[in-house]
Ligand binder design. Structure first.
Ligand code: ADP
Ligand code: MG
Length: 401
């Protein structure tokens, strides 16, 4: 039970009893303390139980996992071959999904196997021989198994694309297309995404059958309760700015970098400065990542340095402060990162360190979140003055002459 995260989450005043679930499932929900469904759960579970294809548009932390796992667990029985497939963008999300499937699949004795990269393939092949009912997989590793002939997807009835936009961001589209060719046409498909770029729209049109669209994205997109701050500095001062910020804000902090090399370098620097820090990126083994996350969750490490990709699906309660050591390349990415804090009703702070070269991205982010991000500075570091303001100043100077 402790593998299921228990975080503050926005729920509705509806009851699970009204959604058409079995007694066994209701009992499990009660046991884990889910009292009311979240909006996506309440909208999605009834049509999903009936086998309707769906597109669920919802933010991170809205309770999507249970929303799709529960209907699958209700619809499948044990021992009829691999009939459920969940495609996940990252190992962490896949493992979390398996934990939900293990729990809610209990009354139908469903067996779930996780096929994720970065761990040896042999134990997975052994697990597959034991006759699982559901597979949770990252696209790359699943394709590996398909090419080796260690799994067949001929009997899939339930298909989920979880975090479809992330999977495309990670470049999984070719793998996804290859996998889809091996699936039966007649099946129940659910797709989830926090954004709806054109590529996702196309995927949905092509591979879903008259899907119902369930959109619970809030108007403003980025979660409420978040304070945004921007630190415009010279490129050479990004590190000093970060160090000062870390000493100023003492809560649990997640620092994002663009590359794993930078994550590792930053980890070493912070470690030498005496910070309780740990890092997570794709050079680390699965075991190291899990233990890093555990250390961060338990508070042993106050600071987690992560690449955006490795941090997908990090589900840690009470992150107070997000620092973008590199500005995200896209607005969606900024909103995803910001969504790691201020979960539920909590308050959070997002500090972005940027240089003048990043100003166009800043403008796009501001347009999306509908507010100008306050420019802030830290002691001892000269803030970069934006050109517009500079131009105004120099004109004033001229007129004085
Ligand atoms: P998403 O996939 O949308 O990012 P998750 O499925 O990971 O969200 O759920 C976020 C958190 O909310 C998890 O810790 C989960 O255990 C919890 N949660 C989900 N549904 C409920 C509910 N109905 N009541 C209470 N907590 C819930
Ligand atoms: Mg999820």
């Amino acid at each position: 039970m402790d593998t299921i995260g228990q975080h503050p989450v926005l729920t509705t005043d509806k009851n699970f009893q009204s959604l058409g679930l079995s007694e066994a499932t209701l009992k499990l929900l009660n046991q884990i303390g889910f009292q009311h469904p979240t909006p996506i759960q309440s909208d999605l579970i009834p049509p999903a139980l009936l086998g309707r294809d769906l597109i669920g548009l919802a933010q991170t932390g809205s309770g999507k996992t249970a929303a799709f796992v529960i209907p699958i667990a209700e619809r499948l029985q044990h021992g009829e071959g691999v009939r459920g497939l969940v495609l996940s963008p990252t190992r962490e999300i896949a493992l979390q999904t398996k934990a939900f499937l293990d729990l809610f699949g209990r009354h139908h004795e469903l067996m779930t196997v996780c096929l994720i990269g970065g761990v040896p393939i042999r134990p997975q092949i052994k697990d597959l021989r034991r006759g699982p009912d559901v597979i949770v997989a990252t696209p790359g590793r699943l394709l590996d198994h398909l090419n080796r002939g260690t799994i067949s997807l001929n009997n899939i009835e339930e298909l989920v694309f979880d975090e479809a936009d992330h999977m495309l961001d990670l470049g999984f589209l070719p793998q996804i297309k290859s996998i889809l060719k091996m699936l039966p046409k007649k099946r129940h498909t659910m797709m989830f995404s926090a954004t709806m770029p054109y590529a996702i729209e196309q995927l949905a049109q092509r591979y879903l059958n008259d899907p119902l669209r369930i959109d619970i994205l809030p108007e403003g997109k980025a979660a409420e309760g978040i304070t945004h701050r921007l630190y415009l500095v010279n490129p050479m001062q990004r590190k000093d700015c970060l160090l000062t910020l870390l000493n100023k804000e003492l809560g649990s902090t997640l620092v994002f970098t663009q590359t794993r090399r930078e994550a590792h370098w930053l980890y070493k620097t912070l470690f030498h400065e005496g910070h309780p820090v740990i890092d997570i990126h794709s050079d680390k083994t699965q075991k190291e990542r899990v233990s890093a996350l555990e250390g961060f969750r338990s508070g042993e490490h106050r600071i987690l340095v992560a690449t955006a990709i490795a941090s997908r699906g990090i589900d840690v309660q009470g992150i107070k402060h997000i620092v973008n050591f590199d500005i995200p390349e896209t607005v969606e990415e900024y909103i995803h990162r910001a969504g790691r804090t201020a979960r539920g009703d909590a308050k959070g702070l997002v500090s972005t360190i940027a240089t003048f070269m990043d100003l166009p991205v800043v403008k796009r982010i501001e347009a999306e979140i509908g507010q100008e991000i306050p420019r802030c500075s830290v002691a001892g570091i000269e803030p970069f003055v934006e050109t517009q303001k500079k131009a105004v100043q120099s004109r004033r100077l001229k007129s004085r002459w």
